[in-house]
Write a protein that binds this ligand. Structure first.
Ligand SMILES: [Ca+2]
Ligand SMILES: [Ca+2]
Ligand SMILES: [Ca+2]
Ligand SMILES: [Ca+2]
Length: 441
C-alpha cells in the first residue's frame, strides 16, 4: 500500500495521528484516564510496546489499564503503537505516548550525613572550602539552608552546595563550628515538601597571630643576702594561640651586667652575682618572651629588682679610744662629750642606740650619744674612770661596736694656798707642852 493510502486510513480511524496521555507516577494500578475518542465500534490491539505491557489496552472499549506501578525516576514515558480495525479490511495505527508525571516521592539526599572541614584561621574570605553533594531523584530545585550553628553569618552556602567563608575566622574566639544544613525540594504544595538534614563540622586551625603576653609583676623584692644561683622570680608570659604557636621561650636581653640568668623554658630567673644593698639597691633586667610559631612573635618586658636591706653592717665609731680630762668640780648635769657611730644599713638595721657601762657618775643619752656627769666627782675618791660605750643597731639580730673613754679627774684647789696676814705672829708660851695647839690668829 502507498503512504498516502495509509495516511488516509489513519485519518479515518483516529481523530489524531498521535495520542499523548499524562499519567502520574503514583497512579494506582488499574484503570487510567486514557481512552481513544473513536465513537464507532472497532477493535484495538497493541502492535508495539516498549514498556513490557505496562499499559494494557482493552480490545473493545479502547480503555487503558495500568498493570504495574510507575516510577518516573526509572522510566519517564512509554510509547505504544496501537492498531485499530474497522470491519475486515480497514486497519490503521497510531502512536500513543504515556508521559509519566513526576510526583514528589523522594527526599533530597546528602552524599554524607556528616561533613568535615578544617580551615586555617587566616583563610581568606570568599574561599570555597567544602561541597555538600546533594541529589534528589525528583525533578525540581533543591534549596540548601544553614539552619543552625552559624548565628554570626561566618559561612555562606550557595545553591549548588558549595560552602564559602563569609567572614574572617579567629580560632581564639571560636575554634569550631557545628552547622546543621537542610535540603528542601521546594515541592508544591508546601505540605508535600521533603527535607533532609546533614551536619557540617568546621574545625578552625591555629595560625600564629598572637604574641606572648607577660603576666608577671614588673617589680621584684629580694634580700641583699640572697644566695648565688637562687631563684629570684619566675617570669611568665601567656600566648593565646595553640600548639607550638603558644609555646613560649624566655631570653634575657639585659641582665644588669650578668647579675641574672634565666631558664629559657621555665622562666625561672636566677641571681648570678652577690648583692650589696649598701652599694646598689636597684637593678634591672629585660626579658624577651618569644613563641615557637612561624614566623615567631615576641614581646619584651622590663623588670626592676629592689634589693632589701639585711643587717650586715656594724655601727662604726669614728674613733675607738678617747682620753679626756675633767675637773672634779664640774657641775652635775654638764654635757661632756658626744659620741657618734654610723651604720650603713637602713631602717632599724641602721638605727643606733648607745649604752654606757659600768654604772658610775656618768650617763649617756641613748639616742644622741651625749655623755653627761650625773654625780659630783671627787678626785680624792676616784681620779680615773674607764667608760665603755656600746653602740648597737636595732636589727632583729642587733650588731654593735664599743668605744673606750678614759677620764682623768683633775684636782681643783677649793682653798688656794694663801698667807693672811702676810706676817704671821706666833705667840708661844714658854711652858706650852703640846706644839699641836699652836694656831695662827
Ligand atoms: Ca603566638
Ligand atoms: Ca591564633
Ligand atoms: Ca646595721
Ligand atoms: Ca645592709
Amino acid at each position: 500500500s502507498s503512504p498516502s493510502h495509509s495516511r488516509w486510513q489513519t485519518q479515518m480511524a483516529f481523530s489524531k495521528t498521535v495520542y499523548s496521555f499524562q499519567v502520574k507516577e503514583d497512579t494506582v494500578v488499574g484503570k487510567v484516564e486514557a481512552q481513544f475518542d473513536i465513537p464507532t465500534p472497532i477493535t484495538y490491539s497493541v502492535q508495539e510496546d516498549d514498556g513490557e505491557s505496562m499499559f494494557l489496552l482493552s480490545p473493545v472499549s479502547g480503555e487503558f489499564l495500568l498493570s504495574r506501578s510507575l516510577d518516573f525516576e526509572t522510566q519517564r514515558f512509554y510509547i505504544l503503537t496501537v492498531e485499530v480495525q474497522q470491519g475486515d479490511s480497514q486497519v490503521s495505527s497510531v502512536r500513543v505516548y504515556f508521559n509519566v508525571l513526576d510526583v514528589n516521592d523522594n527526599p533530597p539526599v546528602f552524599s554524607q550525613n556528616n561533613f568535615f572541614a578544617s580551615l586555617l584561621e587566616d583563610t581568606g574570605v570568599r574561599t570555597c572550602f567544602l561541597s555538600l553533594n546533594v541529589s534528589d531523584k525528583d525533578d525540581g530545585e533543591v534549596e540548601l539552608v544553614v539552619v543552625s550553628g552559624d548565628e554570626l553569618g561566618t559561612f555562606f552556602l550557595d545553591s549548588t552546595g558549595s560552602l564559602y567563608l563569609n567572614k574572617e575566622l579567629d580560632r581564639e574566639s571560636q575554634a569550631s563550628y557545628n552547622l546543621t544544613v537542610t535540603a528542601n525540594d521546594c515541592a508544591w504544595p508546601v505540605s508535600s515538601q521533603l527535607t533532609s538534614t546533614a551536619h557540617v563540622v568546621v574545625v578552625v586551625k591555629d595560625t600564629n597571630d598572637n604574641a606572648p603576653s607577660f603576666v608577671s609583676a614588673g617589680h621584684v623584692f629580694i634580700p641583699e643576702d640572697s644566695a648565688l644561683h637562687s631563684v629570684i622570680m619566675t617570669v611568665h608570659a601567656e600566648d593565646k594561640d595553640a600548639g607550638s604557636n603558644a609555646e613560649v621561650l624566655y631570653f634575657l636581653s639585659n641582665s644588669s651586667g650578668g647579675a641574672f640568668s634565666i631558664d629559657n623554658t621555665s622562666g625561672e630567673t636566677f641571681l648570678e652575682e652577690l648583692l650589696d644593698r649598701e652599694k646598689t639597691d636597684t637593678l634591672h633586667f629585660t626579658v624577651m618572651a618569644t613563641d615557637m610559631g612561624s614566623p615567631q612573635m615576641a614581646t619584651t618586658m622590663n623588670f626592676t629588682v629592689h634589693v632589701e636591706d639585711v643587717n650586715d653592717n656594724d655601727p662604726v665609731f669614728s674613733q675607738s679610744n678617747y682620753s679626756l680630762f675633767v675637773k672634779e668640780d664640774v657641775p652635775r648635769g654638764t654635757s661632756l662629750f658626744q659620741v657618734k657611730a654610723q651604720d650603713q644599713d637602713i631602717g632599724s638595721n641602721g638605727k643606733v642606740r648607745y649604752v654606757l657601762s659600768p654604772a658610775g657618775p656618768f650617763v649617756v643619752d641613748t639616742i644622741r650619744g651625749v655623755l653627761s656627769v650625773m654625780d659630783q666627782l671627787d678626785r680624792e675618791k676616784d681620779s680615773n674612770y674607764t667608760l665603755i660605750i656600746t653602740a648597737a643597731d636595732q636589727g632583729d639580730a642587733p650588731r654593735s661596736a664599743t668605744i673606750a673613754i678614759d677620764f682623768t679627774v683633775l684636782d681643783v684647789n677649793d682653798c688656794t694656798p694663801r698667807f693672811s696676814p702676810e706676817t704671821l705672829i706666833i705667840h708661844v708660851k714658854e711652858n706650852e707642852e703640846d706644839p699641836s695647839e699652836l694656831t695662827h690668829q
